[in-house]
Design a protein around this ligand. Structure first.
Ligand SMILES: [Zn+2]
Length: 309
């Protein structure tokens, strides 16, 4: 205490209290929320406040989880016979209920890759396609550590769902119904999705291409935020080949739909991503220190989080 009179102490406390309550400790990552890009999107009301849902193209809903730092986006893509859920999010709330509220069609699951933030709700579904890789098989039993890191202090913005048990949170195991391969097509009835294997971020990373509608779902191979390329399972050479393959598709793409932060990007991001990544690989971009062992490269709108050289 500084020897202030009780009256002054009371007045100071009275003046400061509303300020303190008005500015709770908000994690830095969630200060830009809601992101401006969402204003132009058609929001679909859902009852569960953990999710926000946007109709981004006919028959395509983006299922966004804005209250956790990954800001993961899963996509429900509907045909006439069935719907495909491309990723199942964090597993923090009930994505199956969201999917069933959006469509009456049977829902099959395919993951953009099997990092924990994209497979959290897999266990809730009966039909789960998996890529035929050792990495996919190794992740299907689930895990606890990666999930626990997602709910550490500073990772949550706003309220966790009622009844969510933070200490027990883990990625639950799922059963792979059938394996898929590069070039396979999934017929949803009046809508065909082509699997494009894009290893790099992980060995089982894929993109989904709805060629008739020009929609390219890119998972974590591209999204408009720092792209994570620092993990041991990341292969930079494979990533380079994969993004070059995507850039070649750009003339046939109308919309690029990534798996974090913001769901819609123009096809020009595909060739520009290649140029930005090549500049980094050629040593033309200076590295900014990030967390220990990692550096961030920024090239225009693109950012790559990579291992320290
Ligand atoms: Zn990932």
């Amino acid at each position: 205490m500084d020897g202030m009179s009780p009256v002054r102490q009371f007045l100071c406390a009275a003046l400061l209290t509303p300020v303190l309550f008005a500015q709770p400790d908000i994690p830095a990552w969630c200060r830009p929320l809601p992101r401006a890009e969402y204003q132009g999107l058609e929001r679909v009301p859902v009852k569960d406040p953990w999710f926000e849902v946007y109709r981004v193209a006919p028959g395509v809903s983006a299922i966004y989880e804005p209250h956790q730092s990954e800001e993961t986006i899963s996509y429900l893509i509907a045909g006439r016979k069935q719907a495909l859920l491309f990723d199942t999010g964090m597993g923090i709330s009930d994505i199956r209920r969201i999917a069933n509220g959006l469509t009456r069609l049977p829902v099959v699951v395919l993951n953009s890759h099997t990092h924990n933030d994209h497979v959290g709700g897999n266990w809730q579904f009966d039909t789960i396609y998996g890529m035929d890789t050792a990495f996919t098989r190794a992740n299907a039993p689930g895990s606890r550590d990666a999930a626990q890191a997602e709910v550490a202090p500073g990772e949550i913005c706003g309220k966790l769902p009622p009844g969510f048990d933070r200490k027990a949170y883990a990625t639950r195991p799922w059963k792979i119904t059938a394996f898929k391969h590069d070039g396979d097509r999934i017929d949803l009835g009046g809508r065909s999705l082509e699997i494009i294997a894009t290893p790099g971020h992980t060995p089982d990373a894929i993109c989904l291409f709805d060629r008739d509608h020009g929609l390219l779902f890119t998972g974590d191979t591209y999204y408009p935020a720092p792209i994570w390329l620092f993990r041991p399972e990341t292969d930079l050479k494979a990533y380079h080949a994969s993004i070059r393959r995507l850039a070649a598709l750009a003339p046939h793409v109308r919309m690029v739909l990534g798996a974090h932060n913001v769901p819609v990007a123009p096809p020009t991001v595909l060739p520009n991503l290649v140029s930005a990544f090549e500049a980094v690989r050629a040593g033309k971009v200076s590295a900014a220190p990030d967390s220990p062992g990692k550096v961030l490269y920024t090239v225009g709108d693109f950012r790559f989080l990579m291992q320290s050289p």
